[in-house]
Design a protein around this ligand. Structure first.
Ligand code: ZN
Length: 352
């Protein structure tokens, strides 16, 4: 049998789901098929999921946390303080490091693209640690140094809420983008510090003003790990043509987010999205970013997935849809894996 296309994906929240489940007293073993978790080892193998950026995200309320956010409930978007965020991030990072120790033949934490390529060739899930929302970073950047030492290689400055570094885009229908607030002085310093250490900056969740502040501050490729096309789905979380053009000029990458509310035309998370709509976003992105600028950024375990995908075992359905729409094998492999690895090489050049 032909080997499944091996997917290296731009974004998931599986570590958060595992952490929340454990805190609720459920016994969860990543090796088992797990109900209510999109990515586990069994389903990953079924779907050809070979690895990805694994996010560590601190929710605004850990108690009563739900993945389906009520956008009208401001408690879900309240600022999180440093101590709470550091505590929760360390719990997820420690969980990841224990997972690696317990599953040495099945999972590897990777610090660069070559380590990812090696892990994939050994059929180990390649995990690149990512932090979504920099609340756990202090203004002297001591925690950043230590987290980098532990393997952090990608950082989203904000989630969809304000913090010391900037402000986030709301997850709402917003045909007329409002630029919002840009980065703070500390936010710009954080970008430079990440450039210096070799930590990729993720633009997904930033306001448009924050996006342009990063673009002005960094000389590295612009990356949005899990965002879609605003012209097709006018959510404030999606990217305008001007932003996509800036990403293209920087030789950056955008990962396709599978969240129904960022795919369908009305940004309605109670409505479904089809494989056709996913392909439409990919086509649009390819037109602006080229065949080396587009990848996947599923948001497994952090979003409401199209019913045709279901969970990570549904990845081959998206790949079949790409084939039916005339995407060649080389393009499919670029979108599914190589574009992320190549942009990691470009971004982390000069670092270990
Ligand atoms: Zn996100």
């Amino acid at each position: 049998m032909e080997r499944k296309v091996q997917v290296f994906d731009g974004h998931n929240d599986t570590l958060l789901k595992l952490e929340i489940a454990a805190r609720r007293g459920k016994s969860v073993n990543f090796k088992d098929r797990l109900e209510e978790i999109d990515i586990d080892l069994v389903k990953a193998r079924e779907g050809g999921f070979a690895g990805g950026f694994f996010a560590m995200f601190t929710p605004s309320r850990v108690q009563g946390f739900q993945h389906k956010y009520d956008h009208n409930d401001t408690k879900n978007f309240m600022p999180v303080n440093y101590n709470q965020a550091l505590d929760f991030t360390l719990a997820m990072f420690a969980r990841l490091r224990r997972l690696e120790r317990d599953m040495q033949n099945e999972l590897a934490i990777c610090a660069n693209a070559n380590e990812v390529r090696k892990a994939i060739s050994e059929q180990r899930i390649a995990v690149v640690p990512h932090i979504e929302g920099a609340e756990c970073i202090d203004l002297d950047f001591n925690s950043l140094e230590v987290l980098h030492g532990a393997g952090l290689r990608s950082l989203g400055l904000v989630w969809s809420r304000p913090n010391a570094f900037g402000d986030g885009a709301p997850m709402v229908y917003q045909p007329e983008i409002s630029a919002g607030k840009g980065l703070t002085v500390a936010g710009k310093k954080l970008v430079s510090k990440c450039d210096h250490l070799g930590i990729m900056i993720d633009l997904s969740h930033l306001t448009e003003a924050g996006f342009w502040d990063v673009a002005k501050t960094t000389s590295r490729p612009l990356i949005a790990t899990h965002s879609n096309v605003h012209a097709l789905s006018p959510s404030a979380r999606n990217l305008t043509d001007r932003q996509l053009q800036a990403i293209a000029e920087s030789q950056g990458v955008v990962g396709l987010n599978f969240h129904v509310g960022f795919l369908n035309e009305v940004c309605d998370e109670t409505a479904d999205a089809s494989l056709d709509q996913m392909i439409k976003h990919l086509d649009y992105l390819i037109n602006i970013l080229g065949e080396n600028g587009v990848a996947l950024g599923s948001d497994f375990d952090g979003c409401i997935l199209p019913s045709q995908i279901g969970d990570v075992s549904g990845l081959p359905k998206l790949i079949s849809a790409m084939r039916s729409c005339g995407f060649g094998e080389e393009l499919i492999n670029n979108i599914c894996q190589h574009n992320w690895l190549d942009v990691m090489d470009r971004s982390l050049m000069g670092h270990n």
